[in-house]
Ligand binder design. Structure first.
Ligand code: BTN
Length: 381
């Protein structure tokens, strides 16, 4: 497995998708991870700077320098007297490039023309990963990802705010250069929500509890666990680029979030009224989840869903998970006014990804944008 990683890191470096220093550190972290799994837990599992240097083609001084950089990223490495370096705890929850790339590169399809996750830009804190990536979009390759541990001014759909728990959740944006007509752009965000739902329902303990609320809220037991925000630049004939931002509540406590808004702001604006309450994977599972392997699985599935975007398969996947079909709903215009635009029965998702609603006169109306609330006793979504 170590060889697979070394090969993939080498290929990424040779294609200019990854810096050499980062590749060395990812290799080092991975090599040290093997010592952590030593049963005796003693210094016998430590690796000397000399051995690490020989295996990775580095001088002992270079090994030392890279280890210091790994420590600065939060990787727990101790120097065992006379024996070398040893990892003190797993780094699976860290999403810095050095620690996430071993997972990301292993889950990639090596033969795919592009993959979400490379180049991988980790920023400890930023205003919004969508904003950061939009600035790089015209000059970056498809697949470029921006991941942060703290988003200070996250953007949600319809001008809303999105709040993620610092170092708790997954907050990232992926760059696409899709070969898709502008009229089909919204299918990219629907496909994104579907990919997230598919990964979540494959996690032990979450089977059967994942759904999608049109257009792209991913729900867990009827509560919102993930949102997708697609932004882009297009002319009438083609999409120049699209940035898909994904916020997934992983280990945060849902009480701190209300529909992606800070509690105090939500109660002031009543913006969450009738919308799904927030939840997190931790709330559903009763335990923390390691973020890096989860991110790797998400990126791999997102790549599959976005590559050669298959409308029919995406719509089928959405219909299977549609939480609105058959329910009485109201479509709202979105902030600041959040006015009701239409009420009726949700009939399902149409051939172009639109929400179909039967209005009170019996006419079927297609809705292409907006926010939907469920109008049933005890049935808020
Ligand atoms: C929604 O309103 O449901 C969409 C929320 C999207 C949030 C994500 S978090 C990463 C990316 N950066 C942002 O500023 N927003 C998206």
């Amino acid at each position: 497995m170590q060889d697979v990683l070394a090969d993939r890191l080498g290929i990424a470096v040779s294609r200019g998708l990854l810096g050499l220093g980062c590749a060395h550190r990812a290799n080092l972290a991975e090599r040290l991870a093997i010592t952590l799994s030593d049963e005796d837990g003693g210094v016998a599992g430590a690796l000397s700077g000399e051995v690490l240097g020989r295996e990775l083609g580095l001088s002992r001084a270079a090994v030392h320098k890279h280890i210091e950089q790994l420590r600065a990223l939060g990787v727990g490495v101790e120097s065992a007297a006379g024996a070398g370096y040893r990892l003190t705890r797993s780094f699976a929850d860290l999403v810095a490039a050095e620690t996430a790339l071993p997972y990301v590169l292993r889950s990639m399809d090596a033969g795919a023309p592009w993959s979400a996750g490379l180049p991988y830009h980790y920023i400890p804190s930023c205003d919004s990963t969508n904003r950061v990536l939009k600035r790089k979009a015209a000059s970056s390759p498809a697949g470029t990802v921006v991941v942060t541990d703290e988003q200070t001014s996250g953007r949600g759909r319809l001008g809303r705010t999105w709040v993620s728990g610092p170092k708790k959740d997954l907050t990232f944006s992926v760059l696409l250069h899709p070969d898709v007509a502008p009229a089909r752009a919204h299918l990219l965000s629907l496909a994104g929500a579907l990919a997230v739902a598919e990964v979540l329902e494959s996690l032990p303990g979450l089977e059967g509890s994942v759904g999608i609320k049109w257009p792209n809220d991913v729900l867990l037991g009827g509560e919102k666990v993930c949102g997708v925000l697609l932004e882009g630049s297009m002319d009438p004939d083609r999409i120049e680029w699209a940035v898909a931002g994904i916020g997934l509540n992983v280990n945060s406590l849902p009480d701190a979030l209300v529909g992606g808004l800070p509690v105090e702001q939500a109660s002031r604006a009543c913006e969450w009224r009738g919308k799904p309450r927030p939840t997190s994977l931790r709330a559903a599972l009763g335990r923390d989840l390691a973020r890096a392997p989860l991110l790797a699985r998400l990126l791999a599935r997102l790549t599959e869903r976005w590559s050669g975007l298959d409308d029919v398969a995406v719509l089928e996947g959405l219909r299977e998970r549609d939480m609105l079909a058959g329910r009485r709903v109201t479509v709202l215009s979105g902030p600041p006014r959040d006015e009701p635009v239409l009420s009726g029965e949700a009939l399902g998702i149409g051939a172009e990804g639109q929400l179909l609603i039967r209005d009170p006169s019996g006419k079927t109306v297609a809705v292409f944008a907006g926010d939907v609330t469920v109008r049933e006793a005890g049935g808020d979504l």
